[in-house]
Design a protein around this ligand. Structure first.
Ligand code: IPD
Ligand code: CA
Length: 297
C-alpha cells in the first residue's frame, strides 16, 4: 500500500464516473423502480443500486485490497477506517434524478487515514466533471475531452467579506421534524433576514439538491459557503478533497468544530479566498448560537 499510485486510481475513477453517467442518463425516471428508506423523502431507485453494483465490482477487481463504503450497501454503525477506502455515492441528488431535475451526480472519493485524497464528481446532465488529487490541485472539465479548468475558477479569488456578501448553500435533508430540523430552519431564517431583525441578510440561499455538487460549487468559487447537517461520508468525501485542493476549508457544522471527521455528518464548507475564511466560519457559528445538531442516533 505504501506506494499507491493516486493518479492511476484517479484515472480509473474518472472512467467509472463516465460509465455511471451513461447509466444515469439512459434510465427513464418515469420507468424505474423507486423505494424509500428512512421516510417518504429519503428515496432510492434501482438505478442507484445498479450504479453502485457496477462501481463496486469494477473497483474491487482493480483494487481488491481497498475497503469500500457505498451508500446503498452501507451497514449502519460502520465508521470510516484508516485503511484506503473508496467512499461512494452512486447517485447524489436522487430526488432531482427521480424528478428529472438535471442536477445529480456520482461522487467517488478515496480516503486514506480517514483523509480524502482523491475526489471525482460527475454530473452527466451537464457533462460536468470535478476532480482532485491531494497536493495536485482541483479541476473542472465542462465537456468530456475539453481542457480542464483549474479550481477555483477565478485566478485571483475575491476576499470573503462576511455573510452579508455571501451566496450560501443549504439543504433541507430528509429529517423534517425534531430538534435538528427546528435548528436548521431557524438558521435558514436568520441567514436570510435583515440585520434590523437580527439576521445576517446573506445575498441569497441555494439548494442544488446534492451535497457533492454544493461542495463542488463552493470549491469552484460559484458559492461562498455550504452548511449541512445529516448527510454522510459518501456525500462529502470526494467534494472535500476537491474543496481543499481549491483552497477551501471544511469546518464543522456545529460551533467550535474546526477539524471535523469525514463521517461527522455536520459540515461547513467555505471557498478559497485570500482572507476572511476564518471570520466567515465564526460569523456563521454565531448565527447558530448555542444550538448544536446531533446526528449520533
Ligand atoms: C442527499 C443529497 C442532499 C443532502 C442529503 C443527502 P442523496 O443525498 O446530497 O443534498 O441534503 O443530506 O442525503 O439521497 O441524493 O444521495
Ligand atoms: Ca445517493
Amino acid at each position: 500500500m505504501a506506494d499507491l499510485n493516486l493518479q492511476a486510481i484517479h484515472d480509473e475513477l474518472v472512467l467509472v464516473a463516465y460509465e455511471a453517467g451513461r447509466m444515469i442518463l439512459s434510465a427513464n425516471p418515469a420507468d424505474i423502480g423507486t423505494g424509500t428508506k428512512l421516510n417518504s423523502v429519503d428515496i432510492v431507485t434501482e438505478v442507484d443500486q445498479a450504479v453502485e453494483k457496477m462501481v463496486s465490482s469494477r473497483l474491487s477487481t482493480a483494487y481488491p485490497e481497498f475497503s469500500f463504503m457505498g451508500e446503498e450497501t452501507y451497514k449502519p454503525g460502520t465508521k470510516l477506517g484508516p485503511e484506503p477506502t473508496f467512499v461512494v455515492d452512486p447517485i447524489d441528488g436522487t430526488t432531482n434524478f427521480v424528478h428529472s431535475f438535471p442536477n445529480a451526480c456520482i461522487s467517488l472519493g478515496v480516503a486514506i487515514n480517514r483523509e480524502p485524497v482523491i475526489g471525482v464528481i460527475y454530473n452527466p446532465y451537464q457533462d460536468l466533471l470535478f476532480t482532485a488529487i491531494k497536493s495536485h490541485g482541483a479541476y473542472m472539465t465542462r465537456i468530456k475531452g475539453s481542457t480542464p479548468q483549474k479550481l477555483p475558477l477565478a485566478t485571483s479569488p475575491r476576499p470573503l467579506e462576511g455573510l452579508a456578501n455571501a451566496l450560501v448553500a443549504i439543504e433541507w435533508g430528509s429529517n423534517r421534524d425534531g430538534p435538528n430540523y427546528e435548528l436548521k430552519t431557524e438558521v435558514f431564517k436568520k441567514l436570510a433576514a435583515t440585520k434590523e431583525t437580527g439576521g445576517a441578510m446573506v445575498h441569497s440561499l441555494r439548494s442544488l439538491g446534492s451535497a457533492a455538487l454544493n461542495i463542488a460549487a463552493v470549491a469552484a468559487g460559484q458559492m461562498d459557503a455550504y452548511w449541512e447537517g445529516g448527510c454522510w461520508a459518501w456525500d462529502v468525501c470526494a467534494g472535500w478533497c476537491i474543496l481543499k485542493e481549491a483552497g477551501g476549508i471544511m469546518a464543522g457544522g456545529n460551533p467550535g468544530q474546526w477539524d471535523p471527521a469525514v463521517d461527522e455528518r455536520k459540515y461547513l464548507a467555505v471557498r478559497g479566498a485570500p482572507s476572511g475564511q476564518k471570520e466567515l466560519v465564526e460569523e456563521f457559528w454565531g448565527v447558530i448560537g448555542n444550538g448544536a445538531m446531533d446526528y449520533s442516533v
